[in-house]
Design a binder for this molecule. Sequence first.
Ligand code: BES
Ligand code: ZN
Ligand code: ZN
Length: 463
Amino acid sequence: MKITNKKTTCDYSLVIANNSDYFKRHSRLAKELYVLGFNADDDTCINASGEKTIFCFVKDKNDKEGLKINASKAFAMAKKLKISNLELVCNADLALDVIEGILLGDYSFDKYKSQKNKSHIKTIYVKMSDKLFKQVSQIETITQSVHFVRDLVNETPENIFPQSFVRHAQNAIKDLPISQKVLSDKDLEKEGMNAFLAVNRASQHGARLLHLTYKPKTAKKRVVLVGKGLTYDSGGLSIKPGDYMVTMKSDKSGASAVLGTIIAVAKLGLDLEVHAIMGLAENMVGGDAYKPDDILCARNKKTIEVRNTDAEGRLVLADCLSYACELKPDYIFDVATLTGACVVALGEYTIGIMGHNDKLKSKMSIAATKAGELTGILPFNRYLKRLIKSEIADVSNTSSSRYGGAITAGLFLDNFVDEKYKQKWLHLDIAGPAYVQKSWGYNPFGASGAGLRMLVEFMRGLN
Ligand code: BES
Ligand code: ZN
Ligand code: ZN
């Protein structure tokens, strides 16, 4: 599907009407719709097939998210009709958000369905100045990356394991100015990444650390992204109950989000050095599985008492964070589906932001809002920090209390961020929004691509 601002003959229109201005000009139509029981004050859409028009009414044009969601609903309606060219009619100041909503909503993972959700729409024509239209291609770049992340996360654990994840990434970056380094089990051993390796030990697949770099010559700031890439999380020997294991293919959402982000940044040509470090492993059961009671020595030489093998993401991230600090970042962000506790705290739709730097946390939260993602700041404190003390090692991989689990996980990670970078680090827990088993707003069932738009927006702000 193509979006164009070159005059095209269209067989249908999608009118985005902010009621007060639109209905003053179209009172006959407004009356007719009213007779049909249609209230123009609602945020809603209607298909007036006689007029070959879908009307999408917007109550509050300052509610950008509401507008994007409505536009995606109206477009879903249009897709059900057998039309090929759609004209988008709306005020210039709303058009970019409308297009973003349409593109974000235009996704379904139907690879494994015999009946595909086929859309006949080939072109969306929107009357717009060439200057403004330039921004449309940036929106397309970002939404395409979001779709790439959704596809990767939705793909089955049979097909996505560390090595195949790397292949998908390599395929996606092959025409981009992004360089790569892949560490396999032997390399991870040399690096002393024993916490990371322990998690993957019972897997039939090897572990991988994928390190991608985008480094434009004039870049002045260096951003290092670290992603949790558990291609499956069965819980290990502390095995998950059946109901909780389903959806754990989505435990690679953090790695997928940082991969999508570096791709988007490279395509947008932002003048920033960006690294994406993905810790790829599979948490399985077997005779050689790591065990509760094991003590692991991490890359930074801290020892970890394993009390629950299902708290594996923090073990992988521990080693990746210590590796990441050696790159001397100006910003270091880890992205992970780290805890169910974060979902309990904030609900399914919201990303948890943690860290030591209040200014940085609020900067990230503002970027998220601007990009249309929800965040909540979860504050660290000295009392919660005590709960991950171990009697026999430097730190325990689980808290001694059932409360505050998202924060104690964040505080565990803090042990592996070098002193110098503590103020530059944020931990982003996407366990809630990364994968939701019902559609919400313009997000589909399953993977949403959470984190990507927030991170790209944050980095645009640095540019
Ligand atoms: N991958 C899970 C966290 C998760 C839960 C992500 C729900 C998405 C949705 C993580 O590895 C995990 O199992 N965490 C445990 C930690 C506990 C054992 C301390 C949890 O949240 O229960
Ligand atoms: Zn787990
Ligand atoms: Zn996990």
